[in-house]
Ligand binder design. Sequence first.
Ligand SMILES: [Zn+2]
Ligand SMILES: [Zn+2]
Ligand SMILES: [Zn+2]
Ligand SMILES: [Zn+2]
Ligand SMILES: [Zn+2]
Length: 622
Amino acid sequence: MAGRSRKQRSSSSSWSSESSYNMSDLQYRAKLPEKKAKEEFLANPIRGYLTEDDTTHDNSSMGRSRKRNRHSKKEQHVKDETFSSEDNQDSSVSSKKRNTRGRRKRAGISRKRKVNGQKQSRATILTWLIDCGVIQENAEVVVIEEETTKKMGKIKKEGILCSCCCTVLTVGDFYKHAGGTTSKPYEYILIAETCSSLLSFMVKAWYLPEESKFHRFNLIETSHDASDSYDDACMICADGGNLMCCDNCSSTYHHNKCLGMQEVPNGSWYCPFCVCKICGDPAYENDYLQKCQQCERKYHRECRQAREPVSLDMNETQEDTFCDLTCKKIYDKLERCYLGVEHELDKSYKWTLLQNTDDGSGINIEDDYQRTVCHSKLVVARRLMEDCFEEIIDRHTKIDVVKSLVYNCGSNFNRVNFRGFYTFILENDEEIISAATIRIHGTNLAEMPFIATNKEYRRKGMCKKLMVAIETTLCSLKVEKLVIPSVSECIETWIESYGFRLISSPLPKEITLHNTLMFHDSVRLQKDIRPSASDKQVWTNGRLKSVIHRAVVNKEKQRLSIAYFMNPTSSATIECPQQLIDSVSNPRKYVPFTWGELRYLLLTTRRVRGKAVAINNFLISS
Ligand SMILES: [Zn+2]
Ligand SMILES: [Zn+2]
Ligand SMILES: [Zn+2]
Ligand SMILES: [Zn+2]
Ligand SMILES: [Zn+2]
């Protein structure tokens, strides 16, 4: 190490799906004549990181497709380069040169054909089990109770074909049709030939080597060469260039652009993940830092004790470690109320929060049935995401980003440490319609790098439904801000239709303290998660008012604010009681509605100068 000057590293940007790292892609292309491959490539538009979904503005969608075409041309240019570099038998070297700042990632050809050529298949547990070969389509199934056969049927990709009525039913409906009374249809529907349950096949498929190899911790091995033991992309912006390295781990940063530091410090410098969250120091001698189970930040036990003297709530064991009470509360609530639990959104839609609980670092689901169903749905969600997005292989670590993210895989490289991610899914009749990955860093910040909707359901408001579930959950966990990385084509939609805005102070500073997933060609957007008082106005038939959302101060009068929070279940009815209504002097002003319906409108209707207009939808016109 030369003198006292800081270790620095220079590199190019990181996320890519370079052909040199994807063998199947390379092999596939080698078989195709060059011209045919090019035609196929041009026929398929480029998709962003966030799949475009429903927007009511026809204009914006036209604008987007125009932009896409421009990108296609640019991609074609990149593509030509790739072919010539392969002709030179030098693809790995030239790919490094090519991958310079600001260039969009290039798409994998085989994936594109799959997305655009065929109808996207139903994302269900049955289609997964059939596709990975553990059960056969048309296999006979039976429901046996008290040693008598209640119903027989056949496995189909669309569901179970009942032999008595020749109707295709969902797994749950077939079980009910057979008179089943438990809440565990996958356990009580058996494959006739072997008399083993669908559940046992789900366990088998989850542990197939080609599946389970993606569930593991991503250990990035580095050689003794100092330069490759550091990451080549900035933790904050994911771009390359001149990067400042942490003295303890692999993390690198743009000291000025991303951390706002004027100079690279002389002497040791430690990244936010190598110091105590509370005092800012690295581990003392003969000491070590605890890692918080919820936010992954580290802390000295003594520092936390000093800040929050031992309370009964924090009575924790060695395995049970939290940096503060807030993190513990978030974790407990996720475990108790959300993970693996189906929630009804409205009549036919359900949403569930999922996580891979196998690695032992996060929340555990005690119930075997619930855990197996949770893992199975996670695989189905992963398949849905892979149908929507190009494969993204991290250039430096060679990690498959989507798989590692959905399975919340940890890593010794902070930037690709995806511990703590959850997947939200929206289901209709056991089919997963939409899926999103979320990580909660504390009450100040949550991130959502991916949200995807099955192609067959786009432009039907599904993404908005899932966003309602996500924002309701974040609101109940008291999380205040949600950030997303958006590709430039989608920014307008996120702002116009979903209420996001460009990130502003103090959020950029907060982001430097956490590990949020970023793509070098994306822009961060934020949304404030706020509760609303509109329901009180309806309850009291307009006696209490939902005030305009603003803060006004004046010199004459004192301002008194009372903060009051409530979050009922989605199916709870909001209506004014009969006693408060007089048919002549004070007739009923609003029709009764459910909390879920109101939440949906609150989140999808734009506020007009801070005034919530959603409840106007329930006004009774006189
Ligand atoms: Zn039947
Ligand atoms: Zn940076
Ligand atoms: Zn570090
Ligand atoms: Zn400390
Ligand atoms: Zn924490």
